[in-house]
Write a protein that binds this ligand. Structure first.
Ligand code: AHM
Ligand code: MG
Length: 337
């Protein structure tokens, strides 16, 4: 009786602590009696690495790691120290977790051999997307895709394992290192979001079963090359302005995507004359976000085809990317050009 009364009093000023991500992953695994636990372990490895990176990012301004290295990445761009740190952290966690045979990272050259030829999964990852925002303390993200390999477990992985359509993703997600760190992922049965509580070192389920609003107030685009955008995209942007929608553009894809996912909106990265296929990479950035968008009721397209239906022919393939609330993307696609 005493405890019931005390509990009722406490309920007035404490909040429920909720479901940890580990518990959530275990609960989901239990719904599939045939599941072996390998995917669950792999997700936990990603969770662990993201916590370490969240800590590094929080300290970046003090520990002097927000600057550049002397190295260039595979695209000939100067690498930032945090790009490299994030890459090392994820690679290490995935190698030690022993659930992947190979890792394709936007930062490293070639496929990383994880030393586990018997593992059935491969991971494609952009360890720190939007990292040019790091030195001004603006949010960045990690984007990841998990595929089942097409080569036989027990044999060396092949290039084909890393050239699968987005539709073949077993799971996909992102981490947003923002005002708080959030991890959002899907295994093809809806989208769930978790917020990190650093003092407890745990992610808690904060955004169950995310549904993207059918329409919204925001459009996110860098208009730098507006004159060279496809006619259809120019017309759509004009339409957004005529409707007095608001522009929101952080320049960190995960942030722009996340806002539009929760609030409703559309993200546009078109082709232009300097970059005929746009800037974003199909395998590292577009596929994971497209899977999350579709799972949440949104749409992701390159202007003609569903992003998830495109078979990449090489790892660094770029694609125009139009993604967001269903009605907004459909309006864009309906424009006659
Ligand atoms: P990155 O992989 O080199 O970080 O580039 C990807 C980033 C995205 O996060 C963002 O949406 C886009 O580049 C911004 O590009 P731009 O500066 O051309 O608007
Ligand atoms: Mg990137």
């Amino acid at each position: 009786m005493y405890f019931d009364k005390k509990k009722a009093e406490l309920d007035d000023f404490t909040y429920p602590i909720g479901t940890t991500i580990d518990r959530f992953i275990a609960q989901k695994q239990a719904e599939f009696p045939q599941a072996t636990g390998e995917l669950s372990q792999l997700l936990k490895d990603i969770v662990l690495a993201s916590k370490v990176i969240s800590r590094e990012i929080n300290r970046a301004g003090l520990s002097g790691i927000e600057g550049m290295t002397d190295e260039e990445n595979v695209h000939g761009e100067k690498q930032r120290m945090l790009d490299v740190i994030a890459d090392v952290r994820f690679t290490r966690a995935l190698v030690r977790g022993r659930q992947v045979c190979g890792i394709l990272s936007e930062v490293s050259e070639g496929i990383i051999d994880a030393g586990n030829p018997n593992a059935k999964y491969v991971v494609v990852i952009d360890p720190l997307d939007g990292s040019s925002n790091i030195d001004v303390n603006i949010a960045v993200g990690t984007v990841f895709s998990i595929y089942e390999r097409v080569s036989e477990p027990g044999t060396p992985f092949t290039n084909e394992d890393f050239l699968q359509e987005g539709d073949k993703q077993i799971a996909a997600g992102y981490v947003l290192y923002g005002a708080s760190t959030m991890l959002v992922y899907t295994t093809g049965y809806g989208v769930n979001g978790f917020t990190y509580e650093p003092s407890l070192g745990e992610y808690f389920l904060s955004h169950p079963n995310i549904q993207q609003p059918e329409s919204g107030e925001y459009f996110s685009v860098n208009e730098n090359h507006f004159e060279e955008f496809p006619t259809k995209i120019k017309a759509y942007i004009k339409q957004c302005k005529d409707k007095h929608l608001s522009t929101r553009y952080v320049g960190s894809l995960v942030c722009d995507f996340h806002r539009n996912l929760l609030k409703g909106g559309v993200y546009l990265y078109p082709s232009h004359h300097l970059s005929p296929d746009g800037k974003l990479r199909l395998s590292f950035e577009c596929n994971a976000l497209a899977m999350i968008a579709e799972q949440a009721g949104g749409v992701a397209t390159d202007g003609e085809k569903r992003i998830l239906g495109i078979k990449p022919t090489w790892h660094q393939q770029r694609s125009p990317f139009y993604c967001g609330s269903k009605k907004m993307v459909e309006e864009l696609l309906a424009i006659d050009s």
